[in-house]
Ligand binder design. Structure first.
Ligand SMILES: *Cc1c(COP(=O)(O)O)cnc(C)c1O
Length: 429
C-alpha cells in the first residue's frame, strides 16, 4: 500500500505490506540469516549497493523492512529502518552524522537512558553534548550552537518529565544553524503527533513502548523525512556527501538522493559494523501491535485523563502533570501539536515526598512497579530511586524529575478500576 493519502488509522492496519495473489494475508516471518544467489556476480552487485536485495540479515531482512515501511508511512517519511532497541535507534540516529570532535544540542528533559548514552558513553567517543532547558528562549537555544554542532535532539513528550516540546522552535533553531532536528517520538506515537509536519527531519522510536504495546518485544526504529538538504551543508556532513571508502567509494547523497541517503548510510555502515538488528520474530510482534495502535492510544489517553482528573482533586496529592488537564503547563502546546491526545503516562507527587510515594506504590494492586511504560497493563515507577538514580539532585531538576515524582503509565483496564485502586492505596498512607 503506497497511497500516502490514507489516514493514520488505515496506515496502522495496512501500511507497508500489500500481498499479491495467493500470498499470505499476514506478513511472513522470514527467519533466515542468509539469502541464496545463482552467481557471484549477482551477489557482488548487492555488496556494491548497485542492486537492491537481501544477502545477510545483519544488514537487512524482508520482515523488518516490511514493518519499517509501515512506520515510515505512519510518520510520513521517505525511508526507515528497525533497530534492536530504542537505545540503538537514538545512538544510530546521532552517530550516523556525528563523530569525535562534533557537538550536539539536546533538550535536557529526555529519557534517562538517552541522557546516559549522550552524557557518558557518546561523550567518551569524543562527541560533546550541550543540554538546554526545552522551555528556554530562542536566544538561549541559539546560544547553545557551536561551529561543530551536527544535530539537535529532543523528545515530543519527555519521559518522565512529560514536557511537551515546542517542535517548531527547535526545528527553526536547528535549520538556522544548518543542522537537522532529531525527535524521539516514542510517547506521542505517529497516531497523536507527526513531528515531520512541524519541521523535524529525523524521528526515532523505542518501539518497545506503545507501538508494540503488549510488553512483548524490545525494539527501535529510525525514520528519515527526506527533507534535510545534506548537500546544502556538505562541509558539515562529509559522511553523506563524500565517498565512503568502506563501501567502494559510494557517495550516499548522490546515489540515493535526499530521501534515501541517511537511512542507506545507517544500514550499510552502522548496521553492518555494529549489528543492532531487530529480530524478524520481534518485528512480526511489533506489527501486530501497530495494527491496533490507533485504537489503543485513544483508550490510553482517555484512561490517563480520567485518572489525572481524579488525582488533581485529591487532598493527598501535591501536584499532577498530564497535558489533558486544562490548567497543565503544557495544555495549550499539546492542543497545537497533538490535539487527539498526548499519551497514557501521567506524573504526580504524593504529599510527604519520597517516602510517601514509595509507601503509596506498595499498596497498589493493579499497577505493578516496573521500569516499563506504555503497554496494556498499568504500571508505575519512582524514577528518583530507579531509572534516574545515577543523577544528582541538580541533574534530576534539569531532567524535570523531582524526588517525589511518581510516573504512572495508564494501561487499557477500566478507568473506574484504576481510580478505585489508587483511591484505596492513598487511603492507606
Ligand atoms: C524506553 C525509551 C527509550 C529507550 O528504548 P529501549 O527500547 O528501552 O531501548 C528511548 N526513548 C524513550 C522516550 C523511551 O521511553
Amino acid at each position: 500500500m503506497s497511497d500516502k493519502n490514507y489516514r493514520i488509522e488505515t496506515k496502522c492496519v495496512q501500511g507497508g505490506y500489500t500481498p499479491g495473489n495467493g500470498e499470505p494475508r499476514q506478513i511472513p516471518i522470514i527467519q533466515s540469516t542468509t539469502f541464496k544467489y545463482a552467481t557471484s556476480a549477482d551477489m557482488g552487485k548487492l555488496f556494491d549497493l548497485e542492486a537492491s536485495g537481501y544477502f545477510y540479515s545483519r544488514l537487512q531482512n524482508p520482515t523488518c523492512d516490511t514493518v519499517a515501511a509501515k512506520i515510515c508511512e505512519m510518520e510520513g517519511g521517505t525511508a526507515a529502518m528497525l533497530t534492536s532497541s530504542g537505545q540503538a535507534a537514538s545512538f544510530f540516529a546521532v552517530f550516523n552524522i556525528a563523530g569525535a570532535g562534533d557537538h550536539i544540542v539536546s533538550s535536557s528533559t529526555i529519557y534517562g537512558g538517552t541522557y546516559n548514552l549522550f552524557s557518558v558513553t557518546m561523550k567518551r567517543m569524543g562527541i560533546d553534548f550541550t543540554f538546554v532547558d526545552p522551555d528556554c528562549s530562542e536566544e538561549e537555544l541559539n546560544a547553545a550552537f557551536r561551529p561543530n554542532t551536527k544535530a539537535v535532539f529532543g523528545e515530543t513528550i519527555a519521559n518522565p518529565a512529560l514536557v511537551v516540546l515546542d517542535i517548531e522552535k527547535f526545528a527553526n533553531a536547528a535549520h538556522a544553524h544548518g543542522v537537522p532536528l532529531i525527535i524521539d517520538n516514542t510517547f506521542a506515537t505517529p497516531v497523536n503527533c507527526r513531528p515531520f509536519e512541524w519541521g523535524a527531519d529525523i524521528v526515532t522510536h523505542s518501539t518497545t513502548k506503545y507501538m508494540d504495546g503488549h510488553g512483548a518485544a524490545v525494539g527501535g526504529c529510525i525514520v528519515d523525512s527526506g527533507k534535510f538538504d545534506w548537500n546544502a551543508h556538505a562541509d558539515k556532513f562529509p559522511g553523506l556527501t563524500t565517498p565512503d571508502e568502506s563501501y567502494h567509494g559510494v557517495i550516499y547523497t548522490e546515489r540515493f538522493g535526499l530521501g534515501g541517503a541517511y537511512i542507506t548510510k545507517a544500514t550499510a555502515q552502522l548496521m553492518r559494523d555494529l549489528g543492532s538488528i531487530q529480530a524478524p520474530q520481534n518485528a512480526f510482534l511489533l506489527n501486530m501491535g501497530l495494527e491496533s495502535l490507533h485504537v489503543r492510544m485513544q483508550r490510553h489517553c482517555e484512561n490517563a485523563a480520567a485518572v489525572a482528573k481524579f488525582l488533581s482533586t485529591h487532598e493527598k496529592i501535591a501536584w499532577v502533570s498530564h497535558a489533558s488537564l486544562p490548567g497543565d503547563k503544557y495544555h495549550d502546546r499539546a492542543q497545537k501539536y497533538m490535539p487527539m491526545g498526548t499519551c497514557g503516562v501521567i506524573s504526580f507527587g504524593v504529599k510527604g515526598g519520597r517516602a510517601a510515594a514509595e509507601a503509596f506504590m506498595g499498596h497498589l494492586k493493579l499497577a505493578a512497579i516496573e521500569t516499563h511504560v506504555a503497554d496494556a497493563r498499568t504500571c508505575c515507577l519512582h524514577p528518583a530511586s530507579a531509572t534516574h538514580r545515577q543523577m544528582n539532585d541538580a541533574e534530576l531538576a534539569a531532567a524535570g524529575v523531582s524526588p517525589d515524582l511518581v510516573r504512572l503509565s495508564c494501561g487499557l483496564e477500566s478507568a473506574d478500576d484504576l481510580i478505585a485502586d489508587i483511591a484505596q492505596a492513598l487511603e492507606q498512607i
